[in-house]
Design a protein around this ligand. Sequence first.
Ligand SMILES: [Zn+2]
Length: 202
Amino acid sequence: MTGETGRENLARFPRGAVISPVTQQSTACARILPNGPQRGDNRFAAREEHVTPDDLAHLQRCVELAKEAAERGDHPFGSVLVSNDGRVLAERSNRVVTSGDVTAHPELHLAQWASVHLTAGERADATMYTSGEHCAMCAAAHVWAGIGRLVYVLSAEQIRAVSSAPLMIELTATEVIERSNANVSVSGPSEELSAEAADLFQ
Ligand SMILES: [Zn+2]
């Protein structure tokens, strides 16, 4: 970090460039994984949807949980699992520092919770909302749990711009989902909340 705020770092991304992450990241995928799936291969394509007004309340709760994590000394990430009729099933914030478990990411916890407590059909109909696009570990857990939808505030690229934490695996959640045989729709980033979420990385 060079003293810039997260919001200023985020401003480097043109507004028009943050609204279609799947398209952008498919390009990145082709660069990082030259033998990976090609665009137009429907077997691998993540279903692309956009963040809707109904999603925003759940995303706002994710940002609140991320703030709670930051205030506790943990990394600023929070996630919520929601059923297809809009009920909040479970929520979690990052606990990497305070638990001493380097894998204590909220998305991994919720994928494990869903696997134990929900039927396969309920998981397919559920949505995981999160303040930041999953890391590769959590994206793999999301795929294994068969959760049908992922909606995030900050994209992996945006997180990289504002976080000083080392990138452990050079794969975004969208890329992991595209390389899986799971049918997961991906929405994000959220222009309404991305600056607020980015500010938590200071
Ligand atoms: Zn993770």
